[in-house]
Design a protein around this ligand. Structure first.
Ligand code: FAD
Length: 478
């Protein structure tokens, strides 16, 4: 009888322990992906993520087909779909790689129970995190709430296992009915909001590997400092690949360590350590989510429940569209809308602007990111929003309010990033590009900018907004 491999956030053949186990069994292999928007507690993927998923499934299907296995697509609640398929094909065993989002993990438990009740074996594997959340315990046996000790403890453990090669051979089963990917409507038709994604991104395992290699050769050198520069290309942009498991953290970890030993790309130890620390932030986010299943909706620090958020639909809309009048914020939001990705430093700046300058609830921002990011991740997105809002674990304190002008000047010193995303500002020099509103109107007009016409006037004054945010915080404390 066949073994069913249930693919989820692990859309790859290499370093896929569930697939490797199935390949090593006696029977043939059936591979399935289930689009599940219905199981209780499961958050449907956002629009950008659905676009990525379509490409990723296409790539996975082609890679499997080359090895004689047809990827079966099914849609519906996994607790029904998986046992039904098991029955159809007469599978003796189902294998998968574990998920760490508590809602998804609960679905997996339900499926495992349903299969056990039918006498079907289940085996699950660790593939998506270097260390599983439950393996990380503080000295007193609790969960970590602070990053640095978490990082230290993780690095003090035995080195993560090495990455597995893709199975050399697989034996498939013909004729298992499948949905057609096109019928899932994962990609936009009209309007085609994904037009800006295509030139930049190639979903799939091969592209993920190529991106890692290119980063190790050309981007990692200088990462420790240049990773904060949105005008540079010194971050890996692996996040959507990692989100969908086209590449594993084990593969990245070992490749980075190996790059250090081999002196590849001229990166320093600091560059590599910093890069690994960022990978561990992802582990930390999952650790937090594991202990706080409501991380995307509930303040980690309950005192923020009393925070006087403003409801302001037009300000929210201006933020979403990159029309706040603060160039670094607007450039970031336009980058996000056009490309489905935003540089980490700019994510921090735009998030801070929403929750502090506009006093809009971080959950509004989390939702917008969930829908527009290709790498929208249940742990990283929620944990990062709470981190910026000050309501999270080990968070930046709320009273530390980013000045969007100074952030722009510091991290985009020539204004190249801003000018790329906001053509109206291309005539401005570096000294003005992050603060067009401080320029005499005539000079500004000579450079081609009229505030309120081809670029918005600031939605709020920085000093006023800062005072208002601090007053709101004081109210929360009282
Ligand atoms: P690199 O710098 O090359 O890092 C390599 C990998 O490490 C990333 O792909 C990512 O998996 C992980 N990583 C890097 N920085 C962080 C971080 N600060 N926190 C957690 N993991 C990190 N990341 C997501 O993957 N999905 C999200 O939905 C997401 N939402 C965010 C929302 C906000 C408000 C903020 C401030 C950050 C968010 N991040 C999110 C974290 C970070 O911005 C992205 O992981 C990073 O920008 C991805 O680019 P990269 O792959 O080039 O990163």
């Amino acid at each position: 009888p066949p073994t069913l491999v249930w693919f989820r956030d692990d859309l790859r053949l290499a370093d896929n322990p569930a697939l490797t186990a199935a390949a090593g069994g006696d029977g043939p292999v059936v591979a399935v992906y289930v689009l599940d928007d219905e199981s209780p507690g499961v958050r449907p993927l956002g629009g950008a993520s659905r676009w990525w998923l379509a490409g990723s499934l296409r790539a996975l299907a082609a890679d499997l087909r080359a090895r004689g296995v047809h990827l079966v697509l099914r849609r519906g609640p996994a607790a029904q779909v998986v046992p039904t398929l098991v029955e159809e094909i007469g599978a003796a065993e189902v294998v998968w790689n574990r998920r760490y989002d508590p809602a998804a993990a609960a679905v997996d438990d339900t499926v495992a129970d349903a299969l056990a009740a039918r006498g079907v074996g289940v085996a699950s594997f660790q593939a998506s995190l270097l260390v599983e959340p439950a393996q990380m315990r503080t000295k007193t046996g609790g969960a970590y709430g602070v990053f640095t000790p978490f990082l230290r403890a993780l690095l003090a453990r035995p080195a993560p296992r090495s990455a597995l090669p893709a199975p050399k051979t697989l034996r498939g089963v013909a004729g298992v009915p499948s949905d057609r990917l096109e019928d899932w409507s994962l990609e936009p038709t009209a309007p085609d909001w994904a037009a800006g994604f295509r030139p930049l991104w190639t979903p799939g395992e091969a592209a993920a590997g190529a991106r890692l290699a290119a980063f190790l050769d050309d981007g990692l050198k200088g990462y420790a400092t240049l990773r904060d520069r949105p005008d540079r290309t010194n971050t890996s942009r692996l996040s959507p690949h990692l989100r969908f498991g086209e590449i594993s953290p084990f593969q990245i970890f070992h490749a980075a360590r190996h790059a250090r030993e081999a002196g590849r790309g001229g990166a320093s130890s600091q560059d590599i350590d910093k890069f690994i620390a960022e990978l561990v932030w992802r582990e930390f986010s999952y650790h937090l989510l594991d202990h706080n299943p409501g991380l995307a909706t509930k303040n980690y620090q309950p005192r923020f429940d009393a925070f006087p958020w403003r409801s302001d639909a037009s300000a929210l809309h201006a933020w979403q569209r990159g029309e706040t009048g603060y160039p670094i914020v607007d450039a970031g939001m336009r980058e996000l809308w056009t490309t489905g990705w935003m540089h980490n430093r700019v994510r921090m700046v735009v998030a801070s602007f929403l929750v502090k300058h506009l006093l809009i609830d971080w959950r509004e921002g989390e939702r917008w990111f969930w829908d527009t990011l290709l790498d929208a991740d249940p742990a990283n997105n929620a944990a990062s929003w709470q981190w910026v809002a000050g309501s999270g674990a080990d968070a930046a304190p709320y009273f530390r309010i980013f000045n969007p002008i100074l952030q722009g000047e510091k991290f985009d010193p020539d204004g190249a990033y801003v000018k790329h995303w906001i053509p109206a500002l291309r005539g401005l020099g570096a000294q003005h590009v992050h603060r067009p509103f401080d320029m005499p109107r005539l000079e500004l007009a000579a450079a081609g900018v009229t505030l309120g016409q081809n670029y918005p006037a600031p939605l709020v004054d920085h000093k006023v907004a800062r005072e208002r945010a601090l007053a709101a915080l004081a109210e929360t404390k009282a």
